[in-house]
Write a new protein. Structure first.
Lengths: 293, 194
């Protein structure tokens, strides 16, 4: 009998707001898989892209303090958002290698650094800690016939020496997880291309252009839907999809699922526990057509 | 910009600036040999007046003012493709961070006010609330940038879907966050931080 897995949990700001369905489906999926998840009390924003864009010391300090908070909760740190994951890993990496920056961050947070804790993205937990075999064994309703385009975006795998989740240029971890859930995956060109991420506020025109190329590539490859592990990618692909269809006179109609929603569906969770009603591009017709709901 | 005559002499080659960037970014500017893989893979290169490889070349030639005055650094999306593909391990994404910081500190001459405003509001939100609240961020951004109608149609849809929270809880670590901001300001004032 395997020991029960337990993690501390850093949801990140988006999961408490625009990506609430990612939070809900993560908690429900982990409960079903009997994996413990304890939210870090009063965690705060990691600073995301804006902080490191203009003030790296601030970014490193915010992350270092969050790592210290997480250290007080039992278990490795489970992170859902690709951006938080990237920043926390980058902080550990930088502060272990660069003593000048390390000293400055120690002064800024006025506490000893806790850098040894393992930071893991949900994909890592599902594919490696739980393991694909056990994941496949938990599947009750295989996602047969569903063609999924797995979208990694930027921050899950890059730069090569930091997140250590998978190969930076040819990762397969998302495909492995969703195939274990019984789905088919498609080969497509834009799975690692940037969606424009946080320019969604300041330069939406840029986001629309970049995201259109991603949707077009997924559609051309014959995908029924897209799977993501990042709330920023999700926001751009899902929330802006209608607008993009209007600008480019295209008809994509590609539901954008979080990985926990698709895996959750395969282990028998219902629509209400996966937050499917929060998705802007309605996934219900597709799921009904495939006999998955 | 492109047509402005460039004079290169020993006086214009500002190695101190390059050293500052290298210390901040923890990578080498001088190691770049202009293969162009960074620009080939850059999703934002089409929006920049100086694509990434040229930014590095301009730095090597001491022409950093051209870089800080332009929009290239503010159009970098931090996707890290350049750093991933560089055969010389020049961490270009970190160089972009360092350049933005130097421009930011100097109340940058860049014209990319919207990007800077978004960053500023994002950081203010952390200091005031501890976390991001997208609705507040978007609303304040639209007011301050004078684009009252931007994405107006998205708002009601997102509220109906429960994606924009109207209220939020108080974070117990707010005093701690405030201390981080003030301590960083103090360290900087003393000249002990990069």
């Amino acid at each position: 009998m395997n020991k029960k897995l337990n993690y501390s949990y850093y949801p990140g700001c988006s999961l408490h707001a625009s990506a609430s369905e990612y939070d809900l489906s993560t908690r429900e999926l982990f409960k079903t898989l009997n994996i413990g998840l304890t939210e870090v009390p009063d965690w705060f924003c990691c600073g995301a892209t804006p902080a490191h864009n203009v003030d790296e010391l601030l970014s490193l300090s915010l992350c270092a303090k969050n790592l210290e908070l997480a250290d007080k909760v039992e278990g490795d740190l489970a992170v859902a958002c690709a951006a938080c994951f990237s920043r926390l890993k980058f902080t550990q990496h930088t502060l272990e290698e660069n003593m000048t920056k390390r000293k400055q961050v120690e002064k800024a947070i006025d506490a000893p650094l806790k850098l040894d804790g393992k930071v893991k993205h949900l994909l890592d937990i599902l594919a490696r800690d739980l393991g694909l075999e056990r994941l496949a064994a938990a599947v009750k309703k295989p996602l047969s016939g569903l063609k999924v385009a797995c979208y990694y975006g930027c921050l899950l795998t890059r730069p090569p020496d930091v997140p250590n989740l998978d190969c930076a240029e040819a990762p397969t971890i998302m495909e492995q997880v969703v195939e274990a859930a019984g789905a088919e995956t498609v080969a497509w060109t834009h799975r690692l291309e940037c969606c424009g991420a946080n320019f969604t506020l300041s330069r939406p025109g840029v986001v629309i252009q970049l995201t259109n190329a991603i949707l077009e590539s997924a559609k051309d490859a014959g995908a029924d839907c897209i799977m993501v592990g990042c709330p920023l990618c999700h926001g751009n692909l899902d929330i802006r999809q209608k607008e993009i269809e209007g600008v480019y006179k295209a008809d994509y109609n590609l539901p954008v699922f979080y990985l926990t929603q698709l895996v959750g569906l395969s282990v028998g969770l219902g629509a209400d526990k996966l937050g499917l009603d929060a998705m802007i591009v309605n996934p219900l017709p597709l799921l009904k057509e495939k006999g998955l709901l | 910009m492109k047509k402005k005559k460039m004079i290169i002499s020993q006086e214009t080659m500002d190695i101190d600036f390059v050293r500052k960037v290298e210390a901040l970014a923890d990578t080498s500017v001088r190691r770049c040999f202009q293969c162009g893989k960074c620009s080939a893979g850059c999703p934002m290169a089409t929006f920049m007046e100086h694509p990434p490889n040229r930014v590095v070349r301009l730095l090597q030639l001491g022409q950093w003012r051209r870089v800080l005055e332009g929009r290239s650094i503010w159009y970098c999306a931090s996707c890290e493709t350049c750093s991933t593909r560089c055969p010389n391990k020049v961490h270009l994404a970190s160089i972009m961070d360092a350049l933005r910081k130097l421009s930011w500190d100097a109340h940058g001459p860049s014209k990319e006010g919207y990007v800077q405003l978004a960053n500023k509001l994002f950081l203010q939100n952390i200091r005031t609330y501890g976390r991001q609240y997208e609705m507040r961020l978007a609303a304040v951004f639209n007011v301050k940038s004078g684009q009252f109608l931007k994405d107006l149609m998205l708002g009601p849809k997102l509220i109906a879907k429960g994606k924009l929270k109207m209220f939020h809880s108080k974070n117990k670590n707010l005093p701690e966050i405030e201390k981080i901001f003030t301590r960083i300001a103090e360290i900087r004032a003393k000249g002990e931080a990069l």
